[in-house]
Ligand binder design. Structure first.
Ligand code: ZN
Ligand code: ZN
Length: 373
């Protein structure tokens, strides 16, 4: 079927919305999803710029929310009319998937970052030529097809336009804390970068019972929002030395946990230096940058860990409903980070995300969608 999609034709080119994209035929285990909205994530920008590469031309977008239009005969858990949030794909059959860790799916890259469907066929074509996909999803489209493992059913009384970013940014930030770092009540955490991922990590620190939740950024307005969302302390690291301030806020020891969402070398290094004895820093940005570590002083003798966490070690079908419960209880006000844009404003929305003007741009793809129906 013919659909409309935002295509990145080559490395660094702007999104070009075209209506001559051919969507592949549905497989027996596919859902066809009418897209209502999609968040724009920094990973989309990394792939557009070429900091990480699948291939070109490509249709990006991996924070989609929409309505199931059709299901294949082998689909078990969804029916037409279901409202869904889309996330990454996992195979469900490898050792790690069978152990319940889909973010460590042994076929993760082959399925999510290969540009094609899990069976190797093209998800999209234009004039007979393959256009790559992302996360087996590509939400910068009017319609896409996904597998059951990509999709999470959500209540129809929620505003579906707001929910797409739960599928990547928010589940990544919160899952890193709730699933991986697992702070105990009374412990301390510092979050570097207060974009959507960082603010989600920070709110998860608060939910976990951390009594010191420190937000670090270089934009004062973001730090104001961080305070509103629960940071106990904020640091503008363009004006103050973040490591020194964190130590002074924690009795000279440093924090038990740090999360770096920036991918900037100096900031990632600060997130490690800000740790107390025995602390753990999670590096979760998509970045080509490296860090310099003194393995004896920075890690061994101080008994610290530096870990990578993919997609917040989440199981989307468990974690996203849990985040919605926190949201309904007023503990996870993720929508305060969002700003809506029309689909055809995608380049402006992405630029506003890059400049820091907007924390989480959300593209409204179906303008006729009415919340609650
Ligand atoms: Zn797997
Ligand atoms: Zn993302």
């Amino acid at each position: 079927m013919r659909i409309k999609a935002a295509v990145v034709d080559k490395q660094g080119s702007n999104f070009d919305i075209r209506d001559d994209i051919e969507l592949a035929d549905m497989g027996a285990d596919d859902l066809q999803v009418h897209m209502v909205a999609s968040g724009i994530c920094h990973s989309d920008e990394a792939l557009r710029k070429g900091d990480a590469v699948i291939g070109y031309p490509i249709i990006l977008g991996h924070e989609g929310s929409g309505i199931v239009e059709k299901v294949g005969p082998e689909v078990k858990n969804f029916k037409p009319g279901d409202h869904v949030v889309l996330s990454f794909y996992s195979c469900g059959a490898c050792d790690n998937c069978l152990q319940g860790i889909p973010t460590q799916c042994l076929n993760y890259a082959a399925n999510n970052l290969s540009g094609v469907r899990p069976d190797g066929s093209a998800h999209f074509t234009e004039g007979g030529k393959q256009v790559d996909d992302m996360f087996d999803q590509s939400s910068f489209t009017t319609t896409t097809i996904v597998r059951e493992s990509n999709a999470v059913k959500v209540d129809k009384d929620l505003d579906l336009r707001k929910l797409g970013p739960l599928g990547c940014g928010y589940v990544t930030g919160s899952g890193t804390v709730l699933n991986t770092l697992k702070p105990k009540p009374g412990q301390t955490i510092a979050v570097f970068g207060t974009g959507a991922v960082g603010l989600a990590a920070m709110m998860a620190g608060k939910i976990s019972g951390c009594t010191t939740v420190i937000a670090v950024d270089v934009v004062d307005s973001r730090l104001e929002l961080a305070k509103e969302l629960g940071a106990t302390d904020v640091i503008n690291s363009s004006k103050e030395d973040a490591v020194e301030v964190i130590k002074s806020l924690t009795g000279g020891y440093g924090v038990n946990f740090a999360v770096d969402t920036t991918g900037v070398t100096k900031v990632m290094e600060d997130s490690i230096q800000a740790l107390a004895q025995g602390g753990t820093s999670a590096c979760i940005a998509v970045t080509p940058n490296h860090v310099d570590l003194d393995t004896w002083n920075d890690l061994c003798v101080s008994d610290r860990s530096v870990i990578g966490v993919n997609m917040g070690d989440s199981i989307p079908q468990i974690d996203i409903p849990r985040l919605i419960k926190f949201y309904k209880a007023g503990m996870f006000d993720f929508d305060k980070t969002e700003k809506f844009y029309d689909f055809d404003q995608i380049n402006e929305a992405n630029a506003d995300s890059g400049s820091g003007k907007t924390i989480k741009p959300v593209l409204i793809i179906d303008k006729d969608y009415v919340p609650g129906k």
